[in-house]
Design a protein around this ligand. Sequence first.
Ligand SMILES: [Cu+2]
Length: 130
Amino acid sequence: MTRFTRSSLGLISALTAVGLLGACSSSSSSPAQTLPASIDLEVRAVSGLKFDQTNYSAAAGEISVGYVNEDSIRHNIVVVQDETMISGFELQVNKNGDIDSGSVTLEAGTYLLLCTVPGHQSMKAELTVS
Ligand SMILES: [Cu+2]
């Protein structure tokens, strides 16, 4: 119990340090960001701890995903199937206006899109790949 508490505090300290570094480096420049033209799936994080839709769809294969932050706080996005995270894919947007993009290869099926930032359990949407 004691050991668990100590390691939790250590983790929180580490996260805080990373957050402070991020805040410092991001103030130097803020170029206008736009989504790449080849996005297959666009997801927006909006205020109220949710995505802009509750259902998304995409074609099977390599899917180019764009993630736009329309909220004021940090969010990420991962893809989950049968409670297992699809490895090698995570997008992160740290502040309002941030855009991240990347690709993930998915077979036809039903997936969940989740934000794994603590407290953001409500950021959940279904992704149908066909
Ligand atoms: Cu979030």
